[in-house]
Ligand binder design. Sequence first.
Ligand SMILES: [Zn+2]
Ligand SMILES: [Zn+2]
Length: 261
Amino acid sequence: MKRTSFFSLLACFGLYITLFTSTVGASHSWGNYHWARTSNPFTLKLGDNLSTSWDSYLTTTSNDWSASSVLNTKIVPGVVNPKNCRGTSGRVEVCNSKYGNNGWLGIAQIWTSGSHITQAVMKVNDTYFNTTKYNTPAWKNLVMCQEVGHTFGLDHQDEIFDNSPLGTCMDYTSDPTPNQHPNQHDYDELESIYTHLDGFTTIQSGTQKLPLGLSIAEGVQYDFEKRSEWGKEVRNNGHVALYERDFGNGHKFFTHVILAQ
Ligand SMILES: [Zn+2]
Ligand SMILES: [Zn+2]
């Protein structure tokens, strides 16, 4: 092999590695799902159905995510019963309760129509958070921050439990201490997800009920607390999991889970 072609081959290979790793590193959305809106930054309401002991964690998370250039979150009074925490169109309902020994520490549940998010709920399970292991600011911040992050369309940056923490709440590791807030990579990913604008919105601005056309089966009478209601398991590594239920007509329902150990 001639020296020049060897070096150009090497250069090509280097470029390939660079492109490949930057592609892997850059994307952590869970499937191009996003809230439809006609301008940026948009404001997403977080309905506070929390007991007072959780309020400061929601405030921290809301402030953290609002540092994004494309979105703001606004804490508003909740309108649902935290025990079943059913969805409200165009916003996120945030709830805590003793949901029982059901295996999950926290879940984020997101309803989609096509590629657009239409409503979301997130629940933190006090059955586990009342135990010594999880009743810490670090665990509460991590779970609150990560589940709210999922409701924007973000996925985990990393799912390996025992590697060194990445310093973002979208990482799940054995030590939550360094992972209580978003990092720059999360903000970059949000910018990438929300670069384009839509011709309509799925976000509730006033108090209007959005005509989203959800069927009864899609959320009016169900709590969606049980695994059997979450549809097919997309992935589950024993620490975090994702489920997908297809309602038909382009409507889907996703459940992101942080499992209690
Ligand atoms: Zn869109
Ligand atoms: Zn998660």
